[in-house]
Design a protein around this ligand. Structure first.
Ligand SMILES: [Zn+2]
Ligand SMILES: [Zn+2]
Length: 334
């Protein structure tokens, strides 16, 4: 019996000759594939994920998923790859083998060129500290380095460690100490934004974000962001001299700061932002609270003893417990 389509050759299956049986089959694929390779470790990036092991296998899976087979109804298909090496080869060759129901086989060869883009991977970036998308610059309102800056850096590290680590760029690249403060370099801009927000939400501070274009990466503009945070250089226990007297800083909050007049013992509340004006003099950077033993007390005052010199003093206020912590400044307790 002749083939029902061409009428020339003998039919071999379902009334078709071998040629006509496979004429409906089409194997299509992209002629080239963009692939990012790390020049340092050879890792490859497929889609959004980096692969460091079984790279050739991962690449095959990628290509296999993009090979389009049509007209294979009633037939089975399998794709096999020629051996290749991700580092050395610029193309990947494969064969799609189509088998008809009666066991006739035709192979369709294909070749995909690899367009390699070199880009350092997050693991290597982390190791060398070279990659960063953002810098958080922490500065004090006094324009010079002080320990309150270190406190904020510890906070930043703790926040970064608690962030969801589902992104490979979520890391601190490096921390740089400068005469005027500390710079924290981060692999991921959105981490920096979250940290900057958390830090500035908690304390009186200002935040200025700047962006600069530093080049192109993987075909896109690559910007770096700087989060300039200015925190108040004062801490609880700072002693400052203002126009209306000398004050101990009792408690700093985002909006308001409580000050204690060292002459009258009276409290004064000021807007925290006004302390950024630096229109006062810092007498002591920080005085420490000390423990005192409560000898007696009522609702209005307490009699306390200094355990260092056994001196007994009376302080105003309502206290609880057998020990209390107080500021001692120029012979007075607060
Ligand atoms: Zn035919
Ligand atoms: Zn790498």
């Amino acid at each position: 019996m002749k083939c029902i389509i061409c009428g020339e050759r003998d039919s071999v299956e379902r009334g078709l000759c071998e040629d006509c049986l496979f004429k409906s089959v089409s194997v299509t694929f992209d002629a080239s594939e963009d692939i990012v390779i790390c020049p340092k470790c050879g890792g490859i990036k497929i889609g959004k994920r980096w692969h460091y092991r079984n790279k050739e296998r991962e690449m095959q899976k990628r290509i296999e998923s993009k090979i389009n087979l049509r007209g294979i109804e009633g037939k089975t298909a399998s794709v096999s790859f020629n051996d290749f090496d991700m580092a050395a080869d610029d193309k990947i060759e494969f064969e799609a083998e189509i088998e008809s129901s009666s066991g006739l086989k035709h192979t369709f060869p294909g070749e995909i060129h690899l367009k390699k883009l070199l880009n350092s991977c997050p693991e290597c970036n982390k190791k060398t500290g070279s990659y960063y998308e953002a810098i958080i610059q922490i500065r004090s309102s006094f324009g010079e380095y002080d320990s309150s800056i270190e406190e904020v850096v510890s906070e930043a590290i703790a926040i970064e460690n608690n962030l969801e680590k589902d992104h490979s760029n979520s890391f601190i690249s490096k921390i740089e100490k400068k005469p005027e403060g500390i710079d924290v370099y981060l692999g991921r801009k959105t981490d920096a934004a979250q940290i900057a927000k958390a830090i500035t939400d908690r304390r009186p501070s200002s935040l200025i974000v700047t962006k600069s274009l530093v080049g192109r990466r993987e075909g896109e503009d690559f910007n770096r962001y700087t989060y300039g945070i200015r925190i108040l250089g004062l801490t609880d226990g700072s002693v400052i001299s203002m126009r209306d007297g000398t004050f101990i800083v009792k408690a700093i909050h985002k909006e308001n700061t409580r000050l204690l007049n060292t002459e009258t013992g009276k409290e004064k509340i000021v807007k925290s932002e006004t302390l950024f004006r630096n229109d006062y003099r810092v007498v002591e950077r920080k005085i420490q609270k000390r423990k005192f033993i409560v000898l007696s007390r009522n609702d209005k005052e307490a009699e306390v003893m200094d355990p260092e010199n056994f001196k007994v003093s009376t302080i105003r206020g309502k206290f609880s417990g057998n020990e209390i912590e107080l500021y001692s400044y120029e012979g007075h307790l607060y």
